[in-house]
Design a protein around this ligand. Sequence first.
Ligand code: PMP
Length: 427
Amino acid sequence: MKNTNELLASDARFLWHPYSAMAGQATAFPVASAQGVRLKLTTGEELIDGMSSWWCAIHGYNHPLLNAAIESQLQEMAHVMFGGLTHVPAVNLAEQLVKLTPQPLENVFFSDSGSVAVEVAMKMAIQYWHARGQSRQRFLSLRNGYHGDTFGAMSVCDPVTGMHQLFSGILPSQLFAPAPQPGFGEPCRKEHIQEFRDLLADHAHELAAVILEPLVQGAGGMRFYSAGYLQQVRGLCDEYDVLLIADEIATGFGRTGKLFACEWADISPDILCLGKALTGGYLTLAATLTTSAISQAISNNPPGVFMHGPTFMANPLACAVANASIELLLESPWQQRIEDIAQGLEQGLAPCRELPGVAGVRVLGAIGVVELEQAVELSAIQPAFVRAGVWVRPFGKLVYLMPAFIMKEEELAQLCAAVVRVVAEHT
Ligand code: PMP
């Protein structure tokens, strides 16, 4: 077994990490195990985790019921192909997702990751119009949006942060409306939606769909926007006969205080993408849901099939743990927990408002954001968080928290206090 220094040396030599350079120097922290809301490093420190592994681990780590669901499924089968075969975990999960998501969504396509779920959604929209005898292959997205790292998904990400310039030879050219201006809880007035409306009016004939993250723009800026804006988008998509794809990969399963963020606006998309917390953070799995009108149009017109089918589609272990995670969530007092976390974040992060260099603090559900005036120096601030006993991974100007729903009041207070301290030292 490698000691910590050997581990880090090999990591630096052989491994890429997300959005990072192959620097040849150790920049990662080695985790030995994770339990509840804590990560334990090989060097012995225990960190309170403020990230839930990028929105996923809503029940915390190493949960006995989730472990048991995987162990029990493992005794039956780890995986079988989904072409021509089916199984209980997939069927149960599809039924449950259809039951929980907004009404007209009835059919489920499983894939391996959020980005692929977005690719699938985009292909569904294009195939739907093809089935209706129309060639509509462009998408209207929002600035500051983020939908994943594969080419289709990347093409609907914010052009600047998605580096469209760099990939301009290969990325399909999409349309972008300004990021929604009215914040969460604010009304959406005519002028707020005007540019979106104009783009839709001018391009409806070539648009397969509008794609957006409902209410919370995540990796593109951690912005919370008005439910009224989303309602108006839904209305305009209907008016101009363009499909609406809601990417709830980050917001799904309670994070914003509703099971799905679309519920804040009381709207239903034509296509919905889910991922991340779907398996409680245990295994990679995503789902794209659509209406029977869309799936029937695709299936009843040439070529008569939907052209996608990943090798690990509906992986039984992933579906089994997703079923257990959803059951655990629904049986828990999750709404109360999210409200308590929102209050804890609000109180705990409030002192940041007084700090120089802080542009703003905002909270929605179990998401807390401290926006700085300048981008952080990750190589300096990250070790400071670890020394403070917490795991927080900022990006750009954003220091943000999305704790597991099981985080206790004192742990959340400790986490927030560490953020206040570290931000004060680094701005
Ligand atoms: N859509 C949204 C809204 C996301 O937040 C993410 C992941 N950050 C993705 C899509 C892509 O998911 P994945 O990383 O699983 O491919």
